[in-house]
Design a binder for this molecule. Structure first.
Ligand code: AP5
Length: 212
C-alpha cells in the first residue's frame, strides 16, 4: 500500500514501482475517475464529492476497491494499492475481508510544497504519464494535449489536505507493523531509490519461496 497527502507523489512513485517490480497498480482515485467518465449513476454521485475535494462515500468506494483487488491479474502478479484506505472505516472494511499489505509506505511532504506540486501538475491522457511544469517538464510536442485535473486548485487542495490530516493517523494505526515512512521532499529519483530499496529487500526475502 502507498499513502500520503494529495500530490505527495504517490502516482509518480507507483509508475516507477510498476516498471521495476511488475505489480498491478490499483489507484482508488483512478477507479473513481473511470466511473465518472463512464457516466454511471455511481460516477455522477462520486463526481460531486471529488470536484470539491471531499472523500467519496464508502458505499461507492469499498466494494469497488475490493472487487479490483480480487481480479486475476492482481492476485497473480501482486497489487500496489494507492489512495486506499483513507479512513479508519475503509481500513476496517478491508481488514474484515482479510486483505493486508506486506508493506505500507507513507510519503511525507510539507503542505507548502504540496501546493506547488498540485498546481503545476499536468496529465497526458494518451499515456497516463504524470508531468509537472517545473519539476518534470513535458516534451514540447505533447504540451497541447495535456490536461489539468479539476481538483488541482489551491482551494480544493485545502479540503483534500484537511481530510488527509484528519484521517492519516487512524489509518496508519492499522499498519504499524509494516509501516515505512519516506521523506518525499527530495527528487523523484531519490524518493524512488529509497522505496525501491525497501521493496527489493522484500522481494529478495521472498525469492526462495517464489522459486519453489
Ligand atoms: P486521488 O486521485 O487519489 O488524489 P490524491 O490522493 O489527492 O493524490 P494525487 O493523485 O493528487 O497525488 P499523488 O500523490 O499521486 O501525486 P503525483 O505523483 O501525481 O484522489 C482524488 C479524489 O478521489 C479524492 O480527493 C477523493 O475525492 C476521491 N478518492 C480517492 N480515493 C478515495 C477513497 N479511498 N475514499 C474516498 N474517496 C476517494 O505528484 C503530484 C505532482 O508533483 C506531479 O506533477 C508530479 O510530477 C510532481 N512530483 C511528484 N513527486 C515529486 C518530487 N519528488 N519532486 C517534485 N515534484 C514531484
Amino acid at each position: 500500500m502507498i499513502a500520503g497527502a494529495p500530490a505527495a507523489g504517490k502516482g509518480t512513485q507507483c509508475e516507477k514501482i510498476v516498471k521495476k517490480f511488475g505489480l498491478v497498480h490499483i489507484s482508488a482515485g483512478d477507479l473513481l475517475r473511470a466511473e465518472v467518465s463512464s457516466g454511471s449513476e455511481a460516477g455522477k454521485k462520486a463526481e460531486s464529492f471529488m470536484s470539491q475535494g471531499y472523500l467519496v462515500p464508502n458505499e461507492l468506494v469499498v466494494e469497488m476497491v475490493k472487487n479490483r483487488l480480487s481480479q486475476q491479474d492482481a492476485q497473480e502478479s501482486g497489487w500496489l494499492l494507492d489512495g486506499y484506505p483513507r479512513s479508519a472505516e475503509q481500513a476496517e472494511a478491508i481488514q474484515e475481508a482479510g486483505i493486508r499489505p506486506d508493506v505500507f509506505i507513507l510519503i511525507d511532504v510539507s503542505d507548502d510544497e504540496l501546493v506547488e506540486r498540485v498546481t503545476g501538475r499536468r496529465l497526458d491522457p494518451e499515456t497516463n504519464t504524470i508531468y509537472h511544469m517545473k519539476f518534470k517538464p513535458p516534451p514540447d510536442a505533447i504540451v497541447h494535449r495535456l490536461v489539468q485535473r479539476s481538483d488541482d486548485t489551491e482551494d480544493k487542495l485545502r479540503n483534500r489536505l484537511a481530510t488527509h490530516h484528519k484521517n492519516v493517523e487512524a489509518v496508519v494505526g492499522y499498519y504499524k507493523d509494516m509501516l515505512v515512512e519516506v521523506n518525499g521532499q527530495r527528487s523523484m529519483d531519490e524518493v524512488f531509490a529509497e522505496i525501491g530499496g525497501v521493496l527489493s529487500a522484500f522481494t529478495e526475502d521472498e525469492s526462495p519461496a517464489q522459486q519453489r
